[in-house]
Design a protein around this ligand. Structure first.
Ligand SMILES: NC(=O)c1ccc[n+]([C@@H]2O[C@H](COP(=O)([O-])OP(=O)(O)OC[C@H]3O[C@@H](n4cnc5c(N)ncnc54)[C@H](OP(=O)(O)O)[C@@H]3O)[C@@H](O)[C@H]2O)c1
Length: 326
């Protein structure tokens, strides 16, 4: 089968298209014939060596396609069925991938209208948006919410979902004014601001109170800049580290400043609470199918995968890139 692979970590140039043997499903697993494979920022982080991964590796954490074979003990799925899947061990940028049955959802019933390209573009981030806002942020109607990296694929969905869940104010922040405006144009955000303008505008926007919820996927210095923007008893939700630079926070600071530090990690939740991951995945895909969550999708070919990685890594990405596999 055809697959994207890297044998060493590094820049987008380490990605190559190769022929590999088809993977076989083990117990509790499903083999999927992939039609569409979403390129995700996690593919970039693992490819550049930010986290350990066994090499050689095939990227790809979110796919759509049809069930090719069922592993031992799998029930409730059938060969030929259209599905979306999140192969948590990666491998999705290939003609066939193996995913856990619990992370494979039929595109039938209320998900029948979901286009495979859209499912492949949003499976991870729609799940994360639900888990982050409902699970970690415990969002309630009337909350004032700040989302960092607002123009990215996840940020767009977070803004839309915060609005749908009744937030009173949803502010999107990005590295440039142009990206902040792009976030607002995607729907969901009341205002878009460059990071450098946040401290100046937060008192006016929040009536002096600060944000009840700050969603922080960037890390680095920005983590320290957004922490003081929280309202008393606000929730600072850490869900990523795009800057590849963490910030050390003294636990006493949580006490002194009366705020909640929370987090959501999709892989961690899936490993320890697969039922909860499944619930977030199903709800996320339902919200995409019914139009509550909307994502601009750009289909690309095999030779464009490295370009898509470069665009995401250089903060020039727009929309969600989906490899058209067959
Ligand atoms: N916790 C989880 O389970 C989970 C799940 C999915 C995604 N995430 C994380 O959420 C973040 C957003 O994911 P996404 O799918 O929206 O990715 P994306 O579309 O590529 O967006 C990434 C955003 O991060 C910002 N960014 C800040 N520093 C960056 C840097 N040094 N390099 C590249 N981008 C940088 C960029 O916006 P600006 O230039 O405007 O800052 C960019 O829009 C990622 O960090 C990802 O790892 C976490």
């Amino acid at each position: 089968m055809r697959a994207v692979r890297y044998t060493r970590t590094g820049g987008p140039e380490v990605l190559e298209t190769v022929e590999l043997p088809e993977p076989q499903p083990g117990p509790g697993e499903v083999a999927v014939d992939v039609t569409h494979a979403g390129v995700h920022f996690a593919d970039v982080m693992f490819r550049r060596g930010q986290f350990p991964i066994d090499l050689p590796a095939v990227p790809g954490l979110q796919v759509a396609g049809t069930v090719a074979a069922l592993g031992e003990g799998v029930t409730g799925l059938r060969v030929g069925q259209p599905v979306a899947a999140v192969p948590l061990g990666f491998g999705g940028h290939a003609e066939r991938v193996v995913a856990g049955a619990l992370t494979t959802v039929p595109l039938e019933g209320e998900l029948a209208a979901l286009a495979p390209a859209t499912a492949a573009a949003t499976a991870v981030n729609a799940t994360t948006a639900v888990g982050t806002l409902r699970g970690a942020a415990r969002i309630t109607a009337g909350d004032r919410v700040l989302v960092t990296a607002a123009s990215g694929a996840l940020g767009t969905l977070l803004g839309q979902l915060a609005r749908a869940l009744g937030a009173a104010l949803v502010v999107g922040a990005a590295s440039t004014l142009e990206r902040a405006e792009r976030a607002v144009a995607a729907g969901g955000f009341d205002h878009g601001l460059p990071y450098g303008e946040l401290a100046r505008h937060t008192p006016d926007l929040t009536g002096g109170a600060g944000f009840d919820v700050v969603i922080d996927s960037v890390g680095g210095d920005l983590r320290g800049q957004v922490a003081p923007l929280l309202a008393v008893l606000g929730r600072h939700v850490v869900i990523g580290n795009a800057a590849d630079h963490d910030l050390t926070l003294a636990a006493n600071q949580v006490w002194y400043d009366s705020f909640t530090l929370a987090g959501y990690n999709l892989g961690g939740v899936a490993a320890r609470r697969p039922d909860l991951f499944r619930a977030h995945l199903e709800e996320g895909l339902r919200l995409v199918a019914d139009g509550t969550l909307r994502q601009e999708v750009e289909e690309i070919g095999w030779s464009d995968v490295a370009r898509a990685h470069a665009l995401l890594e250089e903060r020039r990405g727009s929309g969600a890139y989906v490899l058209r596999v067959r």
